[in-house]
Design a protein around this ligand. Structure first.
Ligand code: MN
Length: 497
C-alpha cells in the first residue's frame, strides 16, 4: 500500500477553503471544525478494526466529499455521522450544538443503521430504508456513499466473509443507486473498490485483457487527439479540453458479459472526451469529426436532446480510425460534464456563480420507489427480484408524447402499459412500436416509441403474460387480477348462505 500523508482536520479545511468562497465562509469553516472537535471527543478511545483511532473514519469520509466540492453543512454532518450510533451522545445533544438541519442529516444516517448482514431479509430491509431516506433527503445518501467508500477502502482489515458481503452489497445495491442518482463518479469508485473482492478471478482476467487491448493503441490515439484538436480549432470552436478516458474495469467486465465475451465488439474501451463551451458547439464538433472519420452506423447517440433519466447528457459517436480500429468520441459541455460526474450531488456542490447553496431537492423517482415498495417490497422475499426491478440495466423508451419511461432491460409492452397505469395494463391488447404494430411480448429496445392499444371490454390481463413480463408492477397486477377472479369463482361455486 502507498504511504500517504495522514488526513487531519487541517487538510480537510484547506480543501474546503479552495472551493468555498461564500461570504459566510468563516462561519461554515468554524462549523466543520466544531463538528470535528465534537466527533473527536465523542469517539475518543474507540478504535477501528484496523487499530486506527475511530475518528480516522468520519474524517476520511469527509475528505471524500470535500474532494467533490460538497457543501460544508453536509461535510459537518459526515463528521458526526457515527456519533449517535457508537457513542453515548444522543441526537438531542447534537441538535443543541448544531441545530436542526445537521441533526436531521445525522438522524437520517442513524436510521439507515450500521451494516448488519443477516441474509436476504436484512438486505431488503436495508434497501427499503435507503429508498425512504433518499426520498426524504437525498443528502443522506451522499453521506452514506462516502461512508461506504471509506469502508471499502479499508476492507482488508475485515475477515474475508465480511469483505465479500460488504463488497457485494456495494456492487449490487449502492453502485446502482448511485447510478440512478446520476453520480457516475461515486458509482465508478464503488465498483472499482468492490470488484476484486466479489469476483477475484474475473478481476484478474479482465485486468489483463484490458492491458492487452490497450497496448498499441496509445500511438494512434495521440494522433487522433491531435487531428481532432486541429480540426475543431480551424472551425473556430474554443475547445475546453480533449482527453482519453479508459473504460472502468467493472463496466468493461459487465459489457464483456453482455457481448458474450467478444472483446472485439467493445468499442468504447477507450473514449476520447471532448468538452466544448456550448450545445451548438457539441453538434458542430460532431459534424467535424464525421467529416474526418467515417462514423460507425447505429452508434451515434444524442443524449443531449434526449437525456437519460438520471440527467446524463452527451453526444456519443464511434468512428473508424486508421487500420479499421473503432474509437468512441463523447462530446459535451462543461456543465454536462459536471452533472455526469456528480449527478444529484452537483446540486450540493459549491456554486461558482455565487448563487450560494442549492435548495434541497426531492428526487422524484426515489419518492416513487418509496411508494412502490410500500406496495410490493414487503411481499418479496428474494433479493434477486428486487434487483430485477429497480437496479438492473435499464432501458429508456418513450410515449408518443415524448415522455421518458424507464424500464428494466428485456421489458415488454405489457410492462410499459402497467408502468403507465394499471387500467391500461389490464386492458391492453396490442402495441405500436415505432409506428409498427407489435405483439405484447416484444422485447423493447432503448429509444423505442411505444403506444398501447387497449380493448375497452377486456375483462382483465392474460395469465400467459406472466411468462414474459419483467417488472414487478406488471407481475403483481396480473397475479392479483387472477386472485380476484379465483375468489370470484370460489364464491360462485360455494353454496349460498
Ligand atoms: Mn461510518
Amino acid at each position: 500500500m502507498k504511504k500517504i500523508a495522514p488526513q487531519t482536520i487541517d487538510t480537510l479545511l484547506s480543501i474546503i477553503q479552495h472551493y468555498h468562497k461564500d461570504p459566510n465562509r468563516q462561519a461554515d469553516l468554524d462549523l466543520v471544525r466544531r463538528a470535528y472537535d465534537f466527533a473527536h471527543t465523542a469517539h475518543n478511545g474507540q478504535t477501528r478494526r484496523s487499530g486506527d483511532p475511530y475518528i480516522v473514519h468520519p474524517l476520511a469520509a469527509a475528505h471524500i466529499l470535500a474532494n467533490m466540492h460538497i457543501d460544508p453543512v453536509i461535510i459537518a454532518a459526515t463528521l458526526l455521522h457515527d456519533v449517535p450510533e457508537d457513542t453515548g451522545i444522543t441526537l438531542e445533544e447534537i441538535e443543541q450544538q448544531f441545530g436542526e438541519e445537521i441533526t436531521s442529516l445525522v438522524r437520517g444516517i442513524t436510521k439507515l443503521g450500521k451494516l448488519k448482514y443477516r441474509g436476504v431479509e436484512r438486505y431488503i430491509e436495508n434497501l427499503r430504508k435507503m429508498f425512504v431516506a433518499m426520498a426524504e433527503d437525498v443528502r443522506v445518501m451522499i453521506i452514506k456513499f462516502a461512508d461506504r467508500i471509506h469502508n471499502l477502502q479499508t476492507l482488508d482489515a475485515l475477515p474475508p466473509q465480511k469483505q465479500y458481503r460488504i463488497a457485494l452489497e456495494s456492487l449490487e445495491i449502492y453502485a446502482p443507486i448511485a447510478n440512478r442518482l446520476g453520480m457516475d463518479n461515486i458509482k465508478g469508485t464503488l465498483e472499482n473498490l468492490s470488484f476484486r473482492y466479489v469476483y477475484p478471478k474475473e478481476y484478474e482476467r479482465v485486468k489483463k485483457l484490458r492491458q492487452e487491448k490497450l497496448k498499441g493503441k496509445e500511438q494512434y490515439l495521440q494522433e487522433m487527439v491531435k487531428r481532432a484538436e486541429e480540426e475543431i480549432k480551424m472551425a473556430g470552436i474554443r475547445m475546453v479540453s480533449i482527453r482519453g478516458r479508459n473504460k472502468r474495469l467493472y463496466s468493461f467486465y459487465q459489457k464483456l458479459i453482455r457481448k458474450d465475451n467478444q472483446v472485439a465488439k467493445i468499442y468504447d474501451l477507450v473514449a476520447l472526451r471532448i468538452i466544448v463551451p456550448t450545445i451548438a458547439d457539441c453538434y458542430a464538433t460532431l459534424g467535424i469529426l464525421h467529416n474526418v472519420w467515417k462514423p460507425v452506423k447505429g452508434r451515434i447517440k444524442d443524449y443531449i436532446s434526449q437525456p437519460k433519466p438520471n440527467g446524463y447528457q452527451s453526444l456519443h459517436t464511434s468512428v473508424f480510425a486508421e487500420d479499421g480500429e473503432i474509437v468512441e468520441f463523447q462530446i459535451r459541455t462543461s456543465e454536462m460534464e459536471e452533472t455526469a460526474e456528480y449527478g444529484t450531488a452537483a446540486h450540493w456542490r459549491y456554486d461558482e456563480s455565487g448563487h450560494g447553496r442549492a435548495a434541497k431537492r426531492e428526487i422524484q423517482w426515489a419518492k416513487e420507489l418509496a411508494e412502490i415498495q410500500k406496495d410490493i417490497l414487503g411481499k418479496l422475499s428474494d433479493l434477486e427480484e428486487i434487483k430485477i426491478d429497480f437496479l438492473q440495466t435499464r432501458i429508456f423508451v418513450f410515449t408518443p408524447r415524448g415522455d421518458v419511461i424507464d424500464l428494466p432491460e428485456g421489458a415488454t409492452p405489457v410492462d410499459f402499459a402497467y408502468h403507465i397505469h394499471t387500467d391500461i395494463g389490464n386492458k391492453c391488447s396490442a402495441a405500436i412500436i415505432n409506428d409498427k404494430i407489435a405483439r405484447l411480448d416484444t422485447e423493447l429496445k432503448n429509444g423505442d416509441v411505444v403506444e398501447i392499444i387497449t380493448e375497452k371490454n377486456r375483462k382483465g390481463p392474460n395469465q400467459d403474460w406472466l411468462k414474459f413480463v419483467k417488472t414487478h408492477t406488471a407481475r403483481y397486477h396480473i397475479k392479483s387480477q387472477q386472485k380476484n377472479k379465483l375468489s370470484g369463482w370460489f364464491k360462485s361455486v360455494l353454496p349460498k348462505k
